[in-house]
Write a protein that binds this ligand. Structure first.
Ligand SMILES: NC(=O)c1ccc[n+]([C@@H]2O[C@H](COP(=O)([O-])OP(=O)(O)OC[C@H]3O[C@@H](n4cnc5c(N)ncnc54)[C@H](OP(=O)(O)O)[C@@H]3O)[C@@H](O)[C@H]2O)c1
Length: 328
């Protein structure tokens, strides 16, 4: 549900490994897939193509479909609408795993569609559309989800599809661990650069580090220990990011194993004038801080900057971004 980068990649890999998959998405996306098929590549050498004739593409959840599992892969702002559509078409109890960033999607879905079985999930890697119908995983990691009877039977199918899935008794620390990494999304979007090039600029890294420090302080105040999602433990990350290039490049080699093309989808959202997920990321940090008697002014400021960004953004040099945030 939400056939785009994540839905297409995860659903496509499952189909390539033998699962029956139906993709529900927008006409402009589905038209490209119907014309070209779906090509799935990754940084480890995957290169598979599902031909157009193999794809079951739908502009709405088909009546009568009885999926064993729904992968929800719309942007956070589209969750409620998608949940309403799913509830209208699917039997109660159908498991829905949210493969979205942020923390509140499963709850939002449950609020709109309490009859469905909502399960939070986490996608650690970057998936970019390199061309019409060509989805590419440009970083590594393992999918994660809340442990649930409905998902246990799926673990071997995900493994067979080259999508290792780890189930956690409590996904919240994992979601926060991912959110800390996603605090780079607004920085990347404002930089106008691919992820790797942006992370090679110390100024952008200093902004990312400052946003993380603020979030870590809010998490500490809330008594939440974020899980390690990247190669570096969350509490060590800001110091590493702020190091000068010559030493950062040596110490962060694993973190920089990012394909040259990968970039945050928030950059695409800004470029296309779409609503971004900033409120589900920096906004969540601001809310957590406030709930514990603190402020998170940098996250608040960058949220305001993203929300105020004009439709045709000009890249912002790191020195200007630091100055606008009051960082030295
Ligand atoms: N891409 C990544 O690298 C990545 C990595 C980890 C996590 N994530 C998270 O995964 C989620 C999905 O991201 P994405 O990059 O895959 O987004 P995406 O490429 O924009 O795909 C989502 C698609 O779902 C469509 N959609 C929205 N509501 C729908 C509905 N009711 N019915 C059918 N289609 C609908 C969207 O159309 P409209 O544009 O018209 O709304 C869009 O085409 C986000 O929360 C993101 O943060 C992304």
């Amino acid at each position: 549900m939400g056939a785009g980068s994540v839905g297409g990649y995860v659903g496509g890999c499952l189909q390539a490994a033998g699962a029956e998959v139906h993709f529900v998405g927008r006409p402009r996306v589905l038209a490209a897939w119907a014309a070209q098929g779906l090509r799935l590549t990754d940084q480890d050498g995957r290169d598979q193509t599902l031909p157009p004739s193999a794809l079951q593409l739908h502009e709405a959840v088909p009546a009568g479909l009885r999926p064993a599992l729904v992968l929800l892969a719309v942007k956070c702002g589209a969750t409620r609408q998608a949940a309403t559509e799913l509830a209208a078409a699917l039997p109660p109890g159908t498991p829905v795993i949210s493969l979205q960033n942020g923390l509140g999607n499963a709850e939002s879905g449950r609020a709109m569609a309490p009859g469905l079985r909502w399960l939070p999930g986490m996608v650690p890697y970057n998936i970019a559309e390199l061309g019409p119908g060509h989805l590419h995983r440009g970083t590594g990691g393992k999918l994660a989800a809340q442990d649930d009877q409905a998902l246990r039977a799926w673990v071997p199918a995900f493994a067979a599809a080259g999508l290792p899935l780890v189930l956690h008794p409590d996904l919240r620390p994992v979601q926060w661990g991912k959110l800390l990494l996603n605090l780079n999304n607004p920085v990347n979007a404002l930089s106008g650069l691919p992820l790797r090039a942006e992370l090679m600029d110390r100024g952008y890294r200093q902004v990312f580090a400052a946003l993380q420090r603020e979030a870590l302080a809010a998490l500490a105040a809330a008594g939440i220990q974020p899980a390690q999602v990247a190669a570096v433990p969350p509490d060590k990350m800001p110091r590493l990011l702020a190091l000068p290039n010559w030493i950062f490049l040596r110490l962060a080699a694993r973190m920089l194993r990012i394909d040259a093309q990968a970039r945050s989808s928030m950059a695409d959202d800004l470029a296309l004038g779409r609503t971004t997920e900033i409120d589900a990321l920096s906004g969540e940090v601001v809310r957590l801080a406030r709930a514990h008697g603190r402020e998170a002014p940098l996250n608040q400021r960058i949220q305001t900057m993203i929300e105020a960004w004009p439709r045709e953004p000009q890249p912002m040099p790191s020195a200007e971004l630091k100055a606008r945030l009051g960082l030295r």
